[in-house]
Ligand binder design. Structure first.
Ligand code: TYM
Length: 332
């Protein structure tokens, strides 16, 4: 029986963080045995916001190391650099022909980027969702492990796939779904009490898989909290709920219950909660940090893994692209 196809990627902008792990990577690792998996490093996408990246190859290599440290296995999954698969770019061009300005301008992530950086509204940024759709559709993937913030992009991928199928009276593309851990797509909050963890909320609000113990402790002790509940069983304000969300991902159920009880009975001391959270976070991060250090020195192995991934990804992508070209009516 053929396996369902899974595809997803992460942009190489700095080190991977807790949001990347719980939103995406944990699921990549868990899906490797059951599915035919393609995991890439989105080093074309990074050009949309970083038009002159310092060291694009080093950034991509760093993410490869971090993928491996989290448990991605080049024997069981196809792991590759997006820029090693130029077939994606040809499919991106075809999809762009049927992607409309109005729908691209309405994408939330595009509007956010325009607000953050009004002097760099380039066409790549506008067509970010079509490149993402090309990444997924080039392998005819049906399952895409991502965090909550990518939901809209997946909706657009389905729109583009369906539109292509209708336009050319074909069944070339399946309609892929975003998948989370269990039923839900995950959002890991930033430590500053607002928004999601990630680069845009700043490094001080983000726990990276490479953070040393003292860095983790400092970041968590500075996390936003309030002056505490004044009535029993009060609804938690966002910044407090966020601390509990982090506790839920790295601490035991008993620990969560303990602090929940203290909150509900107005006895909570946030200093104690943060100390416990920092301790559990360090226990969680330490093995990743150590494996990253071990793996990053073996340049020859990393290059072999990239080559293997490129060849496997190419085999799948060239099949799809031949079919797409034939479907549109080009010579193959
Ligand atoms: P990127 O690089 O911003 O994030 C990579 C993955 O990490 C997830 N993520 C989070 N999940 C939960 N909580 C958070 N705080 C958090 N921060 C990040 C994201 O949801 C994502 O799954 N457009 C993608 C990269 C991409 C892609 C693709 C993904 C390019 N082509 C094709 C899937 C399929 C992005 O920028 O993710």
């Amino acid at each position: 029986m053929t396996k369902d196809i899974v595809c997803s990627g992460i942009r190489p902008t700095g080190n991977l963080h807790l949001g990347n792990y719980f939103g995406a990577l944990r699921n990549f690792v868990a899906m490797q045995d059951e599915y035919d998996c393609y995991f890439f490093i989105a080093d074309y996408h990074s050009l949309t916001t970083h038009p002159t990246p310092g060291s694009i190859y080093d950034d991509a290599r760093r993410i490869l190391v971090q993928y491996l440290a989290c448990g991605l296995d080049p024997e069981r999954s196809t792991i590759y650099l997006q820029s090693d698969l130029p077939e994606t770019v040809e499919l991106y061009l075809f999809l762009n022909m049927n992607a409309y300005l109005g729908e691209l301008e309405r994408v939330t992530s595009f509007k956010d980027k325009v607000r953050q950086n009004p002097n760099n509204v380039n066409a790549g940024l506008l067509t970010y969702p079509t490149l993402m759709a090309a990444d997924i559709l080039i392998h005819k993937a049906t399952k895409v492990p991502v965090g909550k913030d990518q939901e809209q992009h997946l909706e657009m991928t389905r729109t583009f796939a369906q539109r292509f199928n209708n336009m050319y009276h074909s069944e070339c593309f399946p309609l892929p779904q975003a998948v989370g851990f269990g039923q839900q797509l995950v959002k890991i909050p930033a430590l500053n009490g607002a928004g999601k963890m990630g680069k845009s909320e700043g490094e001080a609000s983000t726990i990276f898989l490479t953070d040393e113990p003292d860095v983790i402790r400092k970041k968590i002790m500075k996390a936003k909290s309030d002056s505490g509940p004044t009535e029993p069983n009060q609804t938690k304000p966002e910044e407090i709920e966020n601390l509990f969300t982090l506790l839920r991902v790295v601490s035991t159920a008993d620990t969560v219950e303990h602090f929940d009880h203290l909150y509900n009975t107005c006895q909570i001391r946030y200093g104690d909660l943060k100390k416990q959270l920092a301790e559990d976070m360090e226990k969680f991060i330490a093995p990743f940090r150590e494996r990253i250090k071990e793996l990053e020195a073996d340049d020859a192995r990393l290059r072999r893994i990239m080559d293997l991934g490129r060849d496997k990804a190419h085999a799948s992508a060239s099949r799809t692209l031949s079919e797409v070209r034939r479907t549109i009516g080009y010579r193959n």
